[in-house]
Design a protein around this ligand. Structure first.
Ligand SMILES: [Zn+2]
Length: 480
């Protein structure tokens, strides 16, 4: 029997506020253990939480970016459960009335737009962190207690691990574009749980849903989904039934294990948080936050592929990265060279430089204007493409103007026909053996001769012109 797969995601993202959600402790990653703590986030009896306004504003902004309805009034609730990383024995979250609901995020899968429903976005506090790498002991770091989170809950609209992966990458980049979260996977500032259910192909009745936790990266989400889909397929095909349960994903072993059979929502005994007032969102707040939302990655991706004809794989490298997209859009707006060549510079040499040196675009000396000048210098044949690489390195490491660098390093290209003709004649007479080879059908000898001309001219001869004139001479034709 064939089965259809339905995948839903719950994504937690830490918000980049200066202080925590209910106290004034710094919201900072990497501090010594248990230094960013106070009676409120440590859950001391009698300590009173105060809601950080910025957390609410960031939550509203995320809701607007995902086309959600924003609740005029919402509230915080207590979610009661015991775990050693949660000293209060309850988490302050939102249950019945979330801040945002009923939205969607469009993703591009194989050049097709897919709309993924967002059931809700709510704000809540993070728990502490258990540290297991100390021999048989487990230590607890409470610095993360009270770090503000948004939880984005999707509808089970994704049908494959590839779609889920695309959704995660797109959501991450949206949250970075609207500047509410760093989404640093390696610091755990974005995490996700996945749920998977299978049902007979074509059936409208959703199957039993299994949730998976302990997923630490988008690529392990992909593996966990594939594992769970295969597990349920095997079970159902053999006539078995799927139990509603929560499983723990073990990435090193590539399998999941039953963690607990699904608790009932009633087990958490949610009730309104008595220490906090209702949250009131005014039209002013909404209009203010809307102003922070720029053109989002999927819209950029569509624009780059349809308007500029850039292939999806290359366009997505730029469209999903706020810094690269900013550089690309501004350089294109200068109107001095083709978008295609700006794209090639960004995804090629610039990305390589950023990866090798571990810096971001703002830390380099290049500007959108100088990148546009560089593209123009190549397209108008002022410099060769190899000289352009030298100019680019100067721009990245030191900054400056393209014209000045070309003059200072004497990189201007020579396309003068008379100069190149004499260069070609010189190389032909000095390399008779290659010439013979070429005339005997070894066409790759041409590349060697072009290389010799380029070397003789110290890289300044126009390679296109060199090739053209070499062809003419070698085939004993007249220059027309
Ligand atoms: Zn605190």
């Amino acid at each position: 029997m064939q089965f259809d797969t339905y995948i839903g995601l719950e994504v937690h993202a830490e918000l980049k506020t200066r202080s925590k959600i209910f106290c004034i402790c710094p919201n900072k990653f990497g501090s010594p253990a248990n230094t960013n703590v106070c009676p409120v986030c440590m859950g001391f009896p009698g300590a009173r939480p105060m809601l950080n306004r910025q957390v609410v504003l960031y939550g509203v902004r995320a809701g607007l970016a995902l086309d959600c309805d924003i609740a005029e009034f919402s509230r915080m609730d207590r979610k009661n459960y015991f775990y050693p990383d949660l000293p209060k024995a309850y988490q302050i979250s939102q249950a019945e009335i979330p801040l945002c609901s009923n939205g969607h995020l469009d993703i591009l899968v194989e050049n097709q737009l897919r709309r993924i429903g967002i059931e809700r976005i709510h704000i809540e506090e993070d728990a502490g962190k258990l540290v297991h790498d100390n021999g048989p002991d487990t230590l607890i770091d409470f610095n993360r207690c009270g770090v503000p989170l948004i939880e984005v809950v999707t509808r089970p609209d994704m049908r494959s691990s590839a779609e889920a992966h695309e959704f995660l990458e797109t959501l991450k980049s949206v949250l970075q574009f609207i500047d509410v979260s760093d989404c640093r996977m390696e610091e755990g500032s974005i995490r996700c749980d996945v749920n998977v259910s299978l049902c007979p192909a074509g059936s409208s009745q959703l199957g039993t849903r299994v949730e998976m936790k302990n997923i630490n990266s988008f690529s392990s989400a992909l593996r966990a989904i594939e594992y769970e889909t295969a597990r349920q397929d095997t079970l159902l095909s053999a006539g078995g039934i799927i139990h509603q349960e929560t499983r723990k994903w073990d990435d090193s072993r590539g399998e999941s294990f039953v963690m607990r059979t699904k608790e009932n929502v009633a087990d958490y005994r949610f009730f309104p948080e008595p220490d906090l007032a209702a949250i009131h969102i005014t039209d002013d707040i909404i209009n203010n936050e809307r102003a922070y939302i720029p053109e989002l990655p999927t819209a950029k991706l569509l624009r780059y592929t349809t308007k500029f004809g850039i292939p999806h794989s290359e366009a997505s490298i730029i469209a999903f990265d706020a810094e690269k997209a900013g550089m690309f859009d501004e350089a294109v707006n200068c109107g001095r060279c083709s978008p295609r060549s700006i794209c090639n510079w960004i995804i090629g040499d610039i990305t390589k430089y950023l990866n090798d040196s571990g810096v971001g675009i703002p830390d380099t000396g290049i500007t959108p204007e100088s990148l546009a000048d560089l593209g123009e210098a190549v397209e108008s044949k002022v410099i060769s493409s190899s000289a352009a690489k030298t100019v680019l390195m100067e721009l990245l490491t030191k900054g400056g103007s393209v014209g000045e660098i070309i003059r200072r390093l004497d990189l201007a290209q020579n396309s003068d026909t008379e100069y190149i003709t004499s260069l070609v004649e010189e190389i032909i007479s000095a390399n008779q053996r290659s010439v013979e080879d070429y005339r005997n059908g070894k066409t790759n000898a041409l590349g060697y001769l072009v290389g010799q001309c380029m070397r003789r001219s110290a890289g300044k001869a126009d390679p296109v012109e060199v090739k053209r004139l070499l062809n003419i001479k070698l085939n004993n034709q007249e220059d027309k």
